[in-house]
Design a protein around this ligand. Structure first.
Ligand SMILES: [Zn+2]
Length: 204
């Protein structure tokens, strides 16, 4: 059984992270496989965890399934330099992006996202796109999907029904793409952890 039971969550506070914020309504989030409770100061998380235990279990199952599937996928073998050229050329060629006077693409180490997009419309239209360096290991079709997803945010900021309609018009099976991205995320993390441990061994 892959899901973490409520009991084990209660006993082991390391199973989830608590973030205290000045907010009214507490909420639960999964960030790249880890459960996070975002709650008001002095909030006791036990009841929140119990209330959403089914939701937590379903998510845990999904994450476990992605981790299992990560053994089956193959990472793309390109250097960061090759990837930088590929992604810059690809993004610059997109019709929705060509209309911006200034385009900034930055490759970053990002902990929870594949990419992000931000436009600035004061005087000169500027577009900023942040790309997670992890994308270097993705197959081309998933890179294209991520860029499509980000440019769709220029029409609709939030992940609401309208947003997913835009995605679905181009990608009928977008749920499969989203799922595959999770699988690759875990695979890339494993790959990077392995690299770090090999690197640190070579120091010794
Ligand atoms: Zn998005």
């Amino acid at each position: 059984m892959s899901a973490i039971s409520v009991e084990s969550l209660k006993r082991d506070s390391n199973s989830y992270e608590i973030v205290y914020r000045n907010i009214k309504n507490p909420r639960l989030e999964f960030k790249t496989g880890k459960l996070i409770a975002i709650v008001p100061p002095d909030y006791n998380c036990d009841s929140l965890i119990s209330k959403y235990c089914k939701w937590i279990e379903d998510k845990e199952d999904f994450i476990q399934e992605c981790r299992n599937n990560s053994a089956k996928v193959i990472l793309q073998n390109r250097s960061l330099k090759e990837f930088r050229k590929f992604i810059t050329d690809y993004i610059s060629a997109q019709p929705e992006i060509k209309k911006y006077k200034t385009l900034r693409i930055s490759l970053r180490t990002m902990k929870t996202k594949w990419a992000s997009i931000k436009e600035e419309k004061e005087k000169i239209e500027k577009l900023y796109i942040s790309i997670n360096k992890k994308m270097q290991y993705l197959p081309d079709y998933l890179i294209r999907y991520i860029i499509f997803h980000e440019t769709a945010h220029l029409k609709q900021k939030k992940h609401n029904g309208r947003f997913w309609n835009i995605i679905q018009n181009e990608y009928k099976n977008y749920r499969e793409f989203e799922k595959e991205l999770f699988v690759f995320w875990f695979k890339i993390e494993e790959h990077q952890n392995l690299k770090t441990s090999i690197d640190s061994k070579s120091v010794l």
